[in-house]
Ligand binder design. Structure first.
Ligand SMILES: C[S@@+](CC[C@H](N)C(=O)[O-])C[C@H]1O[C@@H](n2cnc3c(N)ncnc32)[C@H](O)[C@@H]1O
Length: 271
């Protein structure tokens, strides 16, 4: 409810919010929102809802629902997905005109002190507003710098630097970690499995502690020919457990029916 003692006019968000319409927009963001791809964040809010929250907190209460929807970026009779539709320059100008009337400046400061993945500051920045964002967690702060501050500050040239340093990190990680991920010449290693090991007090063999020996036992019918698992074979003389890969069709319950064994060394699964 509007605060009767406040000097500012009542705001849109104090009067109404098009929740049903926004539910529809939020649905579009499931799975496909590239903004979420930069870094996972807990409880990252949908961009469409964040945009509506920013606008509804800035615009006066007498803006009609029709105009609010327009300023959000929606168009009657057209399917617009807000999260991937930046507001047009005309809409940005109109929002800033309202801001001037309500707040005395075209670009009021939007502060999100618990900004997390940055959805609210991102949408505020899309309307050219002045944005301050912070978070207790430094990972969130770095993610927001990468997603908003640096692109706005350095423009498209930043892409070249990103490509260069992403490659550097990748190359460096590969070099430094190579000894932990061995492969034989000509092999393409798809996955490595690792396990803690203990030495058996009786036979003195090194025994891997694995919660499961299954590699693939998905229940889909069309994949029943692809089931595979690791078979541990005791090698008391070598003081170790040898590993063999068993591939085949699904058998009864959770068994492999027609195993075709292929050797698997050091727990590596090879193509
Ligand atoms: C629900 S999340 C915010 C989600 C955000 N609106 C988004 O769309 O990604 C809440 C955030 O508040 C942060 N937080 C919790 N306590 C805080 C504090 N005392 N000061 C600043 N940030 C805090 C958490 O690290 C978390 O990122």
């Amino acid at each position: 409810m509007p605060n009767p003692t406040s000097k500012r006019p009542a705001l849109f968000i104090e009067r109404m919010m098009p929740v049903q319409l926004l539910n529809e927009q939020v649905y579009y963001e499931h799975g496909g929102n590239p903004f979420k791809g930069l870094h996972r964040w807990y409880s990252r809010k949908p961009l469409s809802f964040s945009r509506a929250s920013v606008l509804a907190s800035l615009l006066p209460a007498d803006v009609t629902m029709q105009e609010f929807e327009y300023l959000l970026g929606l168009e009657p009779g057209k399917e617009v997905k807000l999260y991937k539709t930046p507001p047009s320059s005309v809409r940005i100008k109109k929002v800033q005109d309202y801001c001037e009337k309500v707040w005395g400046t075209r670009t009021p400061t939007v502060l999100d002190a618990f900004a997390g993945g940055g959805s609210i500051p991102f949408e505020a920045a899309r309307y050219g507003l002045n944005v301050l964002a912070s978070d207790l967690n430094p990972v969130a702060v770095v993610t927001m710098k990468a997603a908003m501050e640096y692109p706005l500050k350095f423009g498209p040239d930043l892409q070249q630097d990103i490509d260069k340093w992403v490659k550097w990190v990748g190359d460096e990680a590969e070099k430094r970690l190579a000894e932990f991920f061995p492969s034989n010449p000509g092999e393409t290693v798809l996955y490595y499995l690792w396990a803690h090991t203990v030495v058996c007090p009786n036979c003195k063999s090194v025994v891997p502690l694995c919660p499961t020996w299954w590699i693939y036992n998905r229940p889909e019918k069309q994949n029943w020919h692809r089931w595979c698992a690791i078979k541990p074979i005791s090698d008391p003389e070598g003081k170790q457990i040898k590993l063999e890969m068993i591939r085949g069709n699904k058998g009864k319950v959770r068994t492999i029916l027609t195993p075709r064994a292929s050797p698997c060394q050091n727990g590596k699964i090879v193509r």
